[in-house]
Design a protein around this ligand. Structure first.
Ligand code: GLU
Length: 416
């Protein structure tokens, strides 16, 4: 059967609702995104030829506040993926208890095949196409896979030009000079580091071998902060070109410098380092595995064989539903994406709040507040897991679902 992340989301949702005895009519609405927009994006390529790309913006829920979520530029983007990513944002924001619903956008394109000026044109055309849906009180985009601060700067500028005045609160994850928040670039990785610290405290772990799949913003910063602040060994890290492994721990300063210069790990060499595939990375000798790449990486087959005893999900949806069952039967704890990787959207919330107030915070304050929110959410999910005797993923869904169904009850249905 073809992998459909939105149907997987609905499956986990049903299981969470059944466990918490939430009636189907009280959460049915969450199986239907509020709005789905598909757009065609013509641009003139550098060679003078016209090319039309396909894009989406999905608003899953605005029950708890404006929709919030990133924009992905990737060749595999499709509507079911965007719907799932939007739904996960709704749940993520509910778990960390920030006043947002969930949304997500995507353009089906491999951004590495476009020049800087083509990327700018595509981002601006996409912004113009989704303009009726976005706005600081409606739906607030942010970076995701294949986009970055520059993409958000262009989005904010395009939106502002169409309105006739500067609207920094229309997007988060922007550069500091145009209304970005200190600490936003590192926020998802910092949140992963906090969750790793809390997991280690809970299990009395003093030293751990950590493997990280992915060396983009989230993977590379998580690895760097875990090595630096927790003193754990990063034994493996990978990117699209494959991975590197050293049982004694990689020198993350040297790996970071290499990546900054060359972009890919492919030709990295150092004493004791061997090259492995992405699949080998997932199954390598380690204590903590951090998938920080794309969806559906840990399949049932990999779940049977992987050696880590703890998984902390930094990517969205890296573990398949079937793999989850295998991991549970093997007593491997999975700290789910919608809890673990929420640091990004938490600091997005801080950025948006700073934009709306035109009052900017110091980095230490941003980091302290982020830590506080992550610690609270971690505690809420742990407590729910104990209360119902369920996996952390189900506990995370239940935590969010209770907040969402409560909001739905209070708001009621319009019109009655
Ligand atoms: N794309 C990130 C995520 O999946 C961040 C979203 C945001 O900051 O709005 O959580």
């Amino acid at each position: 059967m073809e992998y459909n992340p939105f149907l997987n989301f609905c499956k986990v949702l049903d299981e969470a609702a059944a466990t918490a005895k939430i009636a189907p009519e009280d959460y049915e609405v969450l199986k239907h995104p509020e709005r789905e927009l598909k757009v065609a994006l013509p641009i003139i390529r550098d060679n003078g030829k016209l090319e039309v790309f396909e894009g989406y913006r999905v608003q899953h829920s605005s029950l708890r506040g404006p929709c919030k979520g990133g924009i992905r530029f990737h060749q595999d983007v499709n509507v079911d993926e965007v719907k799932a990513l939007a739904a996960w944002m709704t749940f993520k924001c509910a778990i960390v208890n920030i006043p947002y619903g969930g949304g997500k956008g995507g353009v089906k394109v491999d951004p590495h095949t476009l020049s800087e000026s083509e990327l700018e044109k595509l981002t601006r055309r996409y912004t113009a196409a989704i303009l009726p849906l976005i706005g600081p009180q409606q739906d607030i985009p942010a970076p995701d896979v294949g986009t970055n601060a520059q993409s958000m700067d262009w989005l904010m500028d395009t939106y502002s030009m169409m309105r006739g005045y500067a609207v920094p609160g229309v997007a988060t994850g922007k550069d500091i000079e145009v209304g970005g928040s200190l600490g936003r670039t590192e926020a998802t990785g910092r949140g992963i580091m906090t969750v790793t610290r809390l997991v280690a405290e809970k299990h009395g772990i003093k030293k751990a071998r950590v493997a990280v799949q992915g060396a983009g913003n989230v993977g590379s910063i998580s690895a760097k902060l875990i090595a630096k602040n927790l003193g754990f060994d990063i034994v493996a890290i990978s990117d699209v070109s494959g991975g590197i492994y050293n049982a004694d721990g990689l020198d993350m300063n040297s790996v970071g410098a290499f990546l900054a210069k060359k972009g890919l790990l492919k030709d990295y060499s150092a004493q004791g380092v061997k090259h492995i595939t992405n699949e080998e990375l997932l199954m390598c000798e380690c204590d903590i595995l951090i998938p920080a790449a794309l969806e559906n990486q840990i399949t049932a087959g990999i779940a049977e064989k992987l050696k880590a005893s703890i998984i902390i999900e930094a990517a969205n949806g890296p573990t398949s539903v079937e793999a989850d069952a295998v991991l549970a039967s093997r007593n491997i704890d999975v700290y789910p994406d919608i809890l673990s990787n929420a640091g990004g959207v938490v600091v997005s919330y801080f950025e948006w709040a700073q934009n709306l107030q035109s009052l900017y915070w110091e980095e230490a304050d941003v980091n302290r507040m982020l830590d506080k929110v992550m610690v609270r959410a971690f505690g809420d999910v742990e407590k729910t897991a104990e209360e119902y005797g369920v996996t952390l993923r189900l506990a995370a869904y239940i935590t969010a679902l209770k907040r969402l169904t409560r909001a739905a009850k209070l708001r009621g249905i319009f019109p009655r």
